[in-house]
Design a protein around this ligand. Structure first.
Ligand code: SF4
Length: 354
């Protein structure tokens, strides 16, 4: 096990970003192997349990009521629908089921239904994760008592750049909720979004903040911005995937025992780039924004990629026929631009909206 540090300086982190790419990847992969089975990738599935009309103004998010993205809004899902999806997720090989609601924070009226979801999904034998916005202390405690394993609450970027992205809450609000989650005894899932026009110094700042959390967040989702038409970020320049992989590698070095997750935007990475991201230390993925079944082509592409790379998901994947497997393999190899899907039509839960 690598010694964990919580006092990385920005100069030290900037020096990691400045390393030649091969040196950085070698160092990150060495740390990765010291702490994990290098061929193990954890799989989570996520579901938006309440979509759209969010009062927050996150500039990347199609769910914000501040922007017109043509999104269809949905009320809080009924528990039966959530359970149906959770069962499908488990069948498709997910070990963790993440539920997200587009709220600034949950109301007291919403909490009983949300707590039921945690209990029932957990009873299926899945790990549970929720992202519901800011929490009060008693809400965090209630979620923990219901058995919630992880709470997702992304920092998004550096404290310095945060005000350029969101004005309806502060960085400190985020840190306060994370602290409540930790105090209540839950595991923390927190990360950021890259490609929002930030400087390298903001990437340094984000990772420094994440790595200063003690203990480190158990789960660190890293998202590549997907530019959603109708949001203020629709015309930003694309992030170079190699820059994204650099962030993954630095995150792996700073937080050696955290699961670093390739999250939103993964569909924009080619198979080779994803393989490089796994080598750099990413060891968790989402199987997409919709609950997956064996018929879902994205799940099959992932399974085909895992097979090609010799990666085994923690939970067994649903077996697919040879024909389906072969078709998925060909699809993966083709890596057509159709993978650049229309982000506006694929709503992801809060914090995973890009
Ligand atoms: S990211 Fe979450 S908090 Fe921000 S606008 Fe979207 S749903 Fe609301």
């Amino acid at each position: 096990m690598t010694e964990q540090r919580f006092n990385w300086t920005s100069t030290e982190i900037a020096a990691l970003f400045d390393l030649p790419f091969n040196d950085l990847l070698f160092r990150a992969h060495t740390v990765h192997r010291q702490n994990f089975d290098a061929n193990d990738v954890q799989v989570s599935t996520l579901l938006s349990i309440k979509t759209g009309s969010c009062p927050e103004d996150c500039k990347y998010c199609p769910q914000s009521a501040h922007y017109n993205t043509g999104l269809s809004k949905e009320k809080l899902l009924e528990i039966n629908k959530v359970l149906e999806q959770a069962k499908e997720a488990k069948k498709a090989g997910a070990s963790r089921f993440c539920m997200g609601a587009a709220w600034r924070s949950p109301t007291e009226r919403d909490m009983p239904a949300v707590l039921d979801m945690v209990r029932e999904v957990k009873a299926l034998g899945l790990e549970t994760c929720m992202t519901l916005g800011m929490l009060k202390t008693d809400q965090a405690e209630a979620l923990a008592s219901a058995g919630l394993d992880y709470y997702n609450h992304n920092l998004d970027t550096s404290a310095e750049f945060y005000g350029e992205i969101i004005t309806t809450r502060t960085y400190d609000d985020r840190l306060t909720t994370l602290d409540k989650v930790r105090q209540a005894g839950m595991k923390i899932c927190t990360g950021g979004i890259l490609g929002m026009g930030e400087q390298v110094s903001d990437r340094v700042g984000l990772l420094q903040q994440l790595a200063s959390l003690q203990p480190h967040p158990e789960s660190v989702p890293l998202n590549m911005l997907v530019k959603v038409p109708g949001t203020p970020m629709e015309d930003l320049e694309e992030l170079d995937p190699l820059e994204f992989i650099r962030v993954i590698a630095v995150a792996r070095i700073l937080m050696p025992t955290s699961r670093v997750r390739l999250s939103a935007g993964r569909e924009k990475l080619s198979s080779s780039e994803q393989a490089m991201a796994f080598f750099a230390g990413a060891n968790s993925i989402f199987y997409g924004d919709k609950l997956l079944t064996t018929g879902n082509p994205e799940a099959q592409q992932d399974q085909a990629l895992f097979r090609k790379l010799g990666i085994n998901a923690q939970q067994q994947s649903v077996p697919v026929s040879e024909e389906v497997h072969e078709a998925a393999l060909l699809d993966t190899l083709a890596e057509t631009t159709s993978l650049y899907k229309n982000a506006a039509s694929s709503v992801k839960p809060c914090g995973l909206v890009v």
